[in-house]
Design a protein around this ligand. Structure first.
Ligand SMILES: [Zn+2]
Length: 252
């Protein structure tokens, strides 16, 4: 049997912590039990150390973007020419639903909702640094050489990628496949949920383009948001599900 690595044990621990919504105190306790059973020379360190590594990694790889609590807009200044009219970073209220960007929680003004963006540069660095993969990443291949049933052999790929003049202006341009679906954060599905946006390069060969190991999480958006009680002014978390039920009740 293959032996399990310390890194795999730590990942399994983080998975357990996230899926069971373990408190920090409970996690630190289980972490110290893990340290006690690890063979000499393979200690995972303290939980505080592991948490610090995660925080450093997040500082470097995550961009937090405030969004309208009803998901109308992102408070962000879009860079590309096509979206140049969308300059929302400095607004205090949503131009679509007029709701305030902020709520007051425990005396502090905070964003009612945020989304997390994980820039894809590292993903492309990872793909383009692999000598065996690089030859596949060029978009000048003939679809007839791709096996039947593969993305690269499909009609959609031929039309959207191979015949696309913008794609053809540089052989390094990448076609990507984006997908999203709602998922609960924890094992208890009544708890909070969100929408991960997953991205894969459509240029990858069969067996890799649909592999989880070659998928990048591009963004994550929670389903819920903070809202203020109109009478007390106290902020509370509203689940989108409850919101829809409430709207449904109003419209009936
Ligand atoms: Zn809005």
């Amino acid at each position: 049997m293959d032996s399990i690595t310390l890194g795999e044990v730590m990942l399994a621990m983080f998975d357990w912590v996230a899926s069971h919504k373990a408190t920090k105190a409970a996690t630190a306790d289980v972490w110290s039990m893990l340290r006690a059973v690890c063979p000499p020379g393979t200690s995972p360190g303290t939980y505080a150390m592991a948490e610090m590594i995660l925080q450093r990694h997040l500082c470097d790889s995550v961009v937090t973007i405030p969004v309208c609590r009803h998901d109308c807009i992102a408070y962000f200044n879009f860079q590309s020419t096509a979206f140049h009219h969308m300059q929302y970073a400095d607004l205090d209220a949503c131009p679509v639903c007029c709701k305030s960007r902020y709520v007051t929680l425990k005396g502090r003004k905070i964003d009612a909702k945020v989304m997390y963006w994980f820039p894809s540069a590292r993903y492309w660095e990872f793909l383009f640094s692999d000598k065996e993969i690089v030859p596949y990443l060029y978009n000048d291949l003939c679809p007839s050489t791709s096996p039947l049933g593969s993305v690269r052999g499909s009609n959609g790929y031929y039309r959207k990628v191979l015949l696309n003049p913008r794609m053809n202006s540089d052989p390094r341009h990448q076609a990507v496949i984006l997908s999203t679906d709602g998922m609960p954060y924890f094992k208890d599905i009544q708890c909070r949920s969100g929408w991960p946006v997953l991205m894969r390069s459509a240029m990858l060969p069969d067996g890799l383009w649909n592999s989880q190991a070659y998928t990048h999480m591009l963004a994550f958006q929670a389903s819920d948001y903070l809202d203020e009680d109109p009478t007390t002014g106290i902020a509370h978390r509203v689940k989108r599900y409850d919101d829809h039920v409430a709207l449904d009740a109003i419209t009936r």
